[in-house]
Write a protein that binds this ligand. Sequence first.
Ligand SMILES: Cc1cc2nc3c(=O)[nH]c(=O)nc-3n(C[C@H](O)[C@H](O)[C@H](O)COP(=O)(O)OP(=O)(O)OC[C@H]3O[C@@H](n4cnc5c(N)ncnc54)[C@H](O)[C@@H]3O)c2cc1C
Length: 425
Amino acid sequence: MTHGISRRALLASTAAAGCSAALCVPALGQGAGGRVVVIGGGFAGATCARFLKRMDPRLIVTLVEASPVFVACPLSNSVIAGLRDIAAQQFTLDKLADDGVALTRAPASGINTQTRAVTLTNNSRISYDRLVLAPGIDIRWDALPGYNEAAADRMPHAWKAGEQTLLLRRQLESMEDGGTVVISAPANPFRCPPGPYERASLIAYYLKTKKPKSKLIVLDAKDAFSKQRLFQKAWKELYPGILEWVPLSAGGKVTSVDPAGMTVVTDFATHKASVANVIPPQKAGRIAEAAGIADRTGWCPVDPVTFESKQQPGIHVIGDAAIMGAMPKSAFSANAQAKVCAAAVVRLLAGKKPDQPKLINTCYSLVAPDYGISIAGVYHAADGQLRDVEGAGGISPIDAPSSTRAQDASLANGWFKTITEEVFG
Ligand SMILES: Cc1cc2nc3c(=O)[nH]c(=O)nc-3n(C[C@H](O)[C@H](O)[C@H](O)COP(=O)(O)OP(=O)(O)OC[C@H]3O[C@@H](n4cnc5c(N)ncnc54)[C@H](O)[C@@H]3O)c2cc1C
């Protein structure tokens, strides 16, 4: 019997119970707005589900998320450095039910583009008029010889936050003073372009303050990276003799790893590591392959106005899984894309033409707890992809007083609080 139970309570109990198929599948034809299923309740998917419902309350919006708790990557490098508790990274989707989003807690395992239905691992099916995929990334387990899922237990990637983040933290804590930490950074494109360098900075901060005889080597598959001049200037000031960056042209590209021997191999040398953080090549979350929307690069090409897949009509892709031209893979971008996508889906379902979007991204990085730097970009649709709006955006000045760096560090924390409140709060 469900009478006497509010819709809100029903949705909440559905979510808590793990959701039976009958409860999860929206009734066909209910509501005038149509049925939208969103797969992935991270920065992109949770934002999109919420804004779809706000923009058109008649829509039946179902959000499918595999994990009961979302662990945010932004600021997770501070957890690795012992500066922040993992609890501050954890969020649930419960509040989305208050907005009328139906939550389904199970991994989506298949998509039938002919019948327009999503299959879940519990064998239930959800029909859609439009589908939004926001599954984030998966690791390319076949890309780096020696690096597989078992290897990640010894050489954590910590590029999906959660247990991997804590594992890397524990390894650093138990390392003797005088040990060598090795970070392997991948070639573009990958999740969070400045992320490996923020991580290197904060691990160097930990070593400097807690284990000063230790060293950190960053082996890089690239010669250039995001906010490079700012990072390198700060490293010279803050971490001389501790942090060494080895670019591609100096033999930085890691060609294989041996987790048993704890070695990281490049064309030029074999590095013995006390702690190895291997950030491997990545691709769109694997449901993208099931949907037939990932191309040979492993990522999903999309139309820059609607974020509709260039491979499969009726399916939109947002966040890290998509190829977004000049727009980097960040939580800020994912959130911005989600809102534009929600607006486009509402207009398309109403038979209207979507508006031309302009999107903003800002990426903050911490070089030390009170030393932040940032880069911002503005993007518009041109020639079938998102391109920089010339003259817009900006980057922290290369010479700035410590008060400016402290202000950017504080803005980084403020940004995280604001975005997570908007998405999950
Ligand atoms: C160390 C690090 C630091 C970072 N710092 C920043 C920063 O400072 N600022 C910033 O803007 N960005 C930062 N990022 C990048 C940011 O975390 C990502 O860009 C962002 O999470 C992308 O959002 P998304 O929604 O595409 O993917 P995610 O946030 O990963 O969400 C994907 C969700 O989909 C779910 N999912 C996947 N497949 C399925 C399925 N088949 N069925 C159901 N659910 C599924 C997953 O469980 C997950 O909850 C950082 C990343 C890292 C690794």
